[in-house]
Design a protein around this ligand. Structure first.
Ligand SMILES: O=P(O)(O)OC[C@@H](O)[C@H]1O[C@@H](OP(=O)(O)O)[C@@H](O)[C@@H](O)[C@@H]1O
Ligand SMILES: [Mg+2]
Ligand SMILES: [Zn+2]
Length: 178
């Protein structure tokens, strides 16, 4: 079966900001994250992304800018010999009642269906409680990293069974070496 890993974006792959990540210039990879994705990819993993992007609904940036951030991500990973799989984002605001905004699991379902991989036990790596709750809602494996909002999230009431790692590089090392 395909080795699929799903990542949250802000706070896991790149630095997050309470002012949102509004431009390619503000989109800065966290130390080791690009290399981690490339190493996973080269080890046979498919790395997909599920990200809330309410900044679109809020008018802070547009789809073209969001696409440019993801093109930058793909370029950086390709330079390390890896590639990035499906990127799914929720452009809606918190009050729109969509099915894709985390903690709803809609984006995880979309990705799992795309790759025809069961959701049960599938690792989803995030820095926010909503990420972990989305995973739990579909019996996937919630994985918390301490980057981004992760240290704050760690102090909250986490879903039972949540795995905790320092950062994405540590998650990659675990998956590649075990
Ligand atoms: O971590 P992912 O899902 O990749 O993206 C999170 C971002 O969409 C933004 O989500 C916002 O939450 P609200 O959408 O305003 O509740 C805030 O937490 C921002 O700091 C953050 O940059
Ligand atoms: Mg995040
Ligand atoms: Zn949505």
């Amino acid at each position: 079966m395909l080795k699929l890993l799903i990542l949250d974006r802000d706070g896991v792959i790149n630095y997050d900001s309470d002012a949102y990540i509004k431009s390619v210039e503000e989109w800065v990879p966290l130390p080791g994250s690009i290399e981690a994705i490339a190493q996973l990819s080269k080890a046979g993993w498919t790395v997909a992304i599920a990200t809330n992007q309410s900044g679109i609904a809020r008018g802070y940036y547009d789809i073209a800018t969001l696409d440019a951030m993801h093109a930058r991500l793909r370029t950086l990973v390709a330079e390390q010999g890896g590639d990035v799989g499906l990127v799914v984002y929720c452009p809606h605001g918190p009050d729109e009642g969509c099915d894709c905004r985390k903690p709803k699991p809609g984006m995880l379902k979309t990705i799992a269906e795309h790759y025809k991989v069961p959701l049960a036990g599938l690792w989803f790596v995030g820095d926010s409680l909503g990420d972990l709750e989305a995973a739990k809602a579909v019996d996937s494996q919630p994985v918390l990293v301490k980057t981004g909002k992760g240290e704050k999230t760690q102090a909250k009431n986490l879903p039972v069974g949540t795995l905790i790692f320092d950062d994405l590089a540590a998650v990659a090392a675990e998956l590649i070496n075990n």
